[in-house]
Design a protein around this ligand. Structure first.
Ligand SMILES: Nc1nc2c(ncn2[C@@H]2O[C@H](COP(=O)(O)OP(=O)(O)OP(=O)(O)O)[C@@H](O)[C@H]2O)c(=O)[nH]1
Length: 305
């Protein structure tokens, strides 16, 4: 409750104030009905509906950031809630015959609320289309995953091996080779030591997102172990794989990651290596990939020396 109270307190306060104003108006202008005029079924039905509308408001505010769509949905549901609330109060209070404002307060907010809710839902739909577009890039990651890594949203080495076996079958049918890129963070043990393991975890999460965004829609990124990732590139030759690997290295080098503790920019870098595969078992391919990485690490060290 507290987290969304901070962002949406104005909206919630307006709704609660309106509800209190309605109650106060009834108390000032009307009188309590005798007990035998209470209709239990109406009280339960109208009170329950008002309560549900309020719960919907809380759920919307809890699950959405502040913005136009949230405001429209809350305003719409707020009007619906107010209408139902006035209807509920009507069950307990009797107003003088000459007064008619209770009918207005019961009936007018409902259609206005439904109109606002409809506009809000329409914009929510448009917003969702935009989000779907963004998510499509990561679709292969989220589909059919039995083995998710607990830290990053990537699949594990087991899933990667199964995917390599599938690519191998495809190779036997179509003769189309595929490539793999292995990526390893440089000096990650030092980063852990200097900035703490929790910061290291956040770096791994951020880097995995960055790598995903720099791969193509049909590529698959897995976390092999620790600070090591593997991208499976279907139907891709060595030249294109090398180009992608260089792009990944560049993306990480230019990534201005900010530490959570002090907000300073941490310099991150990776070493990437590539291998092309066809008719080989997953173990064989991964072994070759690890050797290519070891070689690339040595080259990097030699260049730095
Ligand atoms: N924060 C964090 N650290 C991890 C995780 N898994 C492995 N590590 C750490 O990653 C580090 C990997 O160490 P190394 O293989 O020596 O890698 P490195 O320091 O990048 O060395 P080079 O690869 O040679 O540059 C170790 O310190 C592990 O403790 C994890 O899930 N979270």
């Amino acid at each position: 409750m507290l987290s969304y109270w901070k962002f949406h307190r104005l909206k919630l306060l307006s709704i609660i104030t309106c509800a209190h104003a309605g109650l106060l108006s009834y108390l000032l202008a009307g009188a309590l009905k005798p007990l035998d005029e209470f209709v239990i079924l109406d009280i339960l039905g109208e009170g329950g509906s008002a309560m549900m509308a309020f719960i919907w408001i809380c759920l919307i505010l809890k699950s959405r950031p502040a913005g136009r769509v949230t405001t429209l949905l809350t305003a719409g549901l707020g009007c619906v809630f107010f209408s139902l609330w006035m209807d509920f109060l009507d069950e307990f209070m009797q107003l003088p015959e000459a007064l008619h404002w209770d009918h207005w307060l019961e009936s007018t907010p409902m259609p206005i609320g439904l109109l606002l809710l409809t506009i809000g839902l329409y914009h929510w739909h448009r917003e969702q289309l935009g989000l779907n577009q963004q998510m499509r890039k990561r679709e292969r990651l989220f589909r059919e995953h039995l083995h998710f890594d607990t830290l990053t949203p990537l699949s594990s080495a087991d899933y990667l091996k199964r995917q390599i076996e599938l690519e191998r079958k495809r190779y036997l049918e179509t003769q189309q080779t595929f490539s793999l890129i292995v990526v390893d963070m440089n000096d990650f043990a030092v980063l852990n030591r200097v900035h703490g393991h929790a910061e290291g975890d956040r770096v791994l999460q951020a880097v995995s997102q960055l790598l995903i965004m720099n791969l193509r829609q049909h590529d698959l990124l897995c976390r092999l172990a620790g600070d090591r990732f593997v991208a499976l590139l279907p139907n891709t030759g060595t030249f294109l794989a090398q180009t992608l690997a260089q792009e990944l290295e560049r993306a990480v080098r230019h990534f201005a990651y900010k530490s959570q503790s002090h907000g300073e920019t941490l310099t991150l870098s990776i070493t990437a290596a590539v291998c092309i595969a066809g008719d080989e078992s997953a173990e064989q391919v991964l072994e070759r990939l690890q050797s290519a990485l070891a070689q690339a690490k040595q080259d990097t060290l030699r260049r730095a020396a």
